[in-house]
Design a protein around this ligand. Structure first.
Ligand code: GRF
Length: 212
């Protein structure tokens, strides 16, 4: 059975979705860069070992990432899952986990990398928005895409209502991707493209706002 380690920084709702999905893998540990991350309590309630590597106690990114990787490697995970882990990782860290490091981002990448994705989408007046699960590469928020979920942006949306709609989809697609990974259903080709062994595809368009 494959082994995963989950990294979080805060609330941990995506982590919780992973813990509750009865995935065909062993969740070896949840690690946070903040001791006050609420998700740590949730992990403990699920009986998952938790660890903290406090970034604030390290002089620079290299030192933090080295300590983090040392800890992660004691668990020998097949995949390292970033579930709301709010730290930019060094190229050395990313290279160490090449093809094994997965992130969820609250936008339809490559649009709206970085922070405040929902506010920026609203500001631009886009009519669809969503989330992306992707392999992590040194190029921030630009790694090979595994899955995207698209939601409509509604006329009266606020940042809160839009983020809620996107988050609901995050909680659906993220466990699915981890399941695929653990079942060897996802392949990252040498050209850096994602191929899914099992595919259910629909040719329907999402048109937003809907046509009369
Ligand atoms: C999510 O929106 C995720 O896409 C982003 O950070 C947020 C984390 O939320 N990377 P949570 O901690 O999983 O609730």
């Amino acid at each position: 059975m494959k082994k995963i380690v989950i990294l979080i920084s805060g609330r941990g709702s995506n982590m919780q979705a992973l813990l509750e999905a009865k995935l065909p893998c062993h969740i070896a540990a949840v690690i946070s860069n903040r001791a006050d991350a609420k998700g740590l309590e949730t992990a403990q309630q699920h009986g998952i070992p938790t660890e903290v590597v406090a970034h604030a106690q390290h002089p620079n990114r290299e030192s933090f990432d080295t300590a983090l990787a040392q800890l992660i490697d004691t668990y020998q995970p097949d995949f390292v899952i970033l579930a709301g882990f709010m730290r930019i990782l060094t190229p050395a860290f990313v290279a160490h986990y090449q093809g094994r490091l997965i992130n969820i981002h609250p936008s339809l990448l490559p649009s709206y990398g970085g922070l405040h994705t929902h506010a920026r989408a609203l500001q631009d007046g886009v009519k669809v928005h969503g989330c992306t699960v992707h392999f992590v590469t040194p190029d921030l928020d630009h790694g090979p895409i595994i899955v995207q979920a698209v939601v409509p942006v509604l006329q009266d949306d606020t940042e809160q209502s839009l983020s809620k709609r996107v988050l609901r989809e995050e909680h659906r697609v993220f466990p699915q991707v981890v399941r695929w990974l653990c079942q060897d259903q996802v392949e990252l080709t040498s050209e850096g493209h994602v191929r899914l062994r099992r595919r259910k595809q629909s040719g329907f368009a999402l048109i937003s706002p809907g046509l009369e």
